[in-house]
Design a protein around this ligand. Structure first.
Ligand code: UN1
Length: 495
């Protein structure tokens, strides 16, 4: 009998009102049923939103340092359960244990950061232009936040949104990806145990169309934070536009690593292997393009293919496994379709390009790490987000061409340059159009206390992580206090 999980609404664990459920299976072994989860409907969303709205009146008045104390407890509980959560996460979405441990750690870092922000959360106090008048801007919460998150960082990304939302004094209705409902459940259990009052955080499982869009469109949801594809992000933004609901979007990427002819090639090789095939290429920040200076192109490609062919695929819970499965059959099919597209566009397939089915691997959604060379600017495999272990290699003659190629997509999340030349580094930092640029490090590796996000169709200008996310989850109220005992007209009486 598989474990049966529930929604969490107004401090109670409960089934979906309609009684329907969906299954969550291990992508490394489809026979392994992780559990069944409620397939919720609009009724469940309504109940969760009503609970959050009612709880808001108490939560908004709880002092921010006190909310921060709860966040510290959340961090402590996550530390205590880190290994257990990491193992369950690997089981439900496949990435290897070292990576799921990192994912939980990112949540822990975010909790402690949020905790300290409870004693800050400041804005500006500035002088008034009039005598005997005081002026300042203070931060106030907004209301009920709808949080809709993906499966690739099932702990880190929800914490990036939920912890700042709560710390600022908002209540939350949370819809996790249906590929990772168990990690989300563990997070909400921890929030409950840490003392978050009933109704302040509500968890509603189910599909994106019904539950996700149900939250986005709900009149009593006051702001939305979403991470996922650019296509869905545009739909959400259009919906939010109708009522001017604030929305923070973290969307697709087509990140590139540039390797110049003076780079430390061994270092660049470690970087691209980790960037392209870590998390099976299923990161918003994954390296899906490798831009090589023509002088080192052939040598580097040789080095890369040799190492790629040695990567060990398998169940991420087993030792010495480098690459886990794709998250589900649909993603595996997408990867394979893109391989066909790459071939038909004339790119040269050097390795991978097929499903891995040896031994136990046939029980899961494993795809061999794939490399294409001879990729030209404008090909679909060079332009479109694949979200799998498929790397496109592009040859360029100099840094200018490399940056032009790197900038030539609709996305702009992460980017990386390997070089020893300090002048080239600073030119790249200035000219690359991306939210994140790494020098001599791969495209992945964001830290919890720095802004995370991208430009162009990667988002809508907001950032997660660090301090800017607290600006999204709060509003400014400007306050003037006149203690002159007379009418003072700004701009008029003093000029
Ligand atoms: C994502 O890919 O959606 O920098 C988030 C990184 C991680 C976060 C990635 N710390 O790759």
């Amino acid at each position: 009998m598989a474990d049966k999980f529930q929604n969490f609404i107004n401090g109670q664990w409960k089934d979906a009102k309609g009684g329907q459920t969906f299954e969550n299976r291990n992508p490394a072994n489809w026979d392994d049923l992780v559990g069944t989860f409620p397939k919720s409907t609009a009724e469940d969303v309504n109940e969760a939103v009503a609970a959050a709205k009612a709880a808001y009146e108490g939560w908004r008045l709880t002092p921010a340092p006190k909310r921060g104390d709860i966040m510290r407890k959340v961090g402590d509980l996550m530390v205590a359960r880190k290994e257990e959560i990491a193992r369950e996460m690997t089981r439900e979405m496949g990435k290897v244990l070292a990576e799921t441990r990192g994912d939980v750690q990112e949540g822990i870092d975010t909790a402690y950061y949020a905790s300290s922000e409870g004693r800050r959360l400041f804005s500006h106090t500035v002088p008034s232009e009039l005598e005997n008048k005081f002026a300042m801007a203070i931060r106030v919460p907004i209301g009920v936040a709808g949080i809709v998150t993906p499966w690739n960082f099932p702990m880190a990304i929800p914490t990036w949104k939920i912890f700042p939302a709560l710390l600022c004094g908002n209540c939350v209705v949370f819809k996790p990806a249906s590929d990772t409902p168990k990690t989300a459940t563990m997070l909400v259990q921890i929030l409950q145990e840490a003392g978050v009052p009933s109704g302040v955080v509500n968890l509603v499982h189910g599909g994106g169309g019904t539950v996700g869009m149900g939250i986005v469109e709900h009149k009593d949801i006051n702001l939305i934070s979403f991470t996922g594809s650019s296509a869905v992000g545009k739909t959400i933004a259009s919906s939010c536009g109708k009522t001017l609901k604030p929305v923070s979007l973290e969307l697709g990427g087509k990140n590139a690593q540039i390797v110049m002819d003076d780079a430390n090639l061994d270092l660049a090789l470690d970087g691209v292997l980790w960037g392209a095939f870590g998390t099976t290429g299923q990161r918003c920040t994954a390296t899906s393009r490798l831009i090589l200076h023509e002088k080192i192109h052939d040598k580097f490609v040789d080095m890369l293919v040799k190492r790629t062919e040695k990567l060990r695929l398998g169940n991420g819970l087993e030792p010495n496994v480098d690459v886990g499965p794709c998250v589900n059959e649909g993603q595996l099919n997408t990867d394979h379709e893109y391989v066909q597209i790459g071939k038909s566009e004339g790119a040269k397939l050097l390795c991978g390009g097929e499903r891995a089915t040896e031994g136990e691997l046939k029980k899961g959604w494993f795809y061999k790490p794939t490399i294409f060379t001879g990729v030209k600017q404008g090909m679909r495999i060079e332009q479109e987000e694949i979200f799998g272990p498929v790397l496109s290699v592009i040859k360029v003659k100099d840094l200018d061409e490399a940056i032009t190629v790197l900038n030539g997509t609709v996305y702009g999340l992460s980017s990386s340059l390997y070089t020893k030349n300090v002048n080239d580094s600073f030119r790249a930092i200035r000219d690359i159009k991306a939210g994140i640029t790494y020098i001599n490090a791969p495209t992945i590796g964001a830290e919890a206390h720095l802004p995370f996000g991208g430009v162009k169709e990667t988002g809508n200008g907001h950032r997660e992580g660090g301090w800017p996310v607290y600006e999204f989850f709060s509003e400014l109220k400007t306050v003037y206090i006149d203690y002159s005992d007379k009418l003072q007209r700004a701009q008029i009486d003093n000029y």
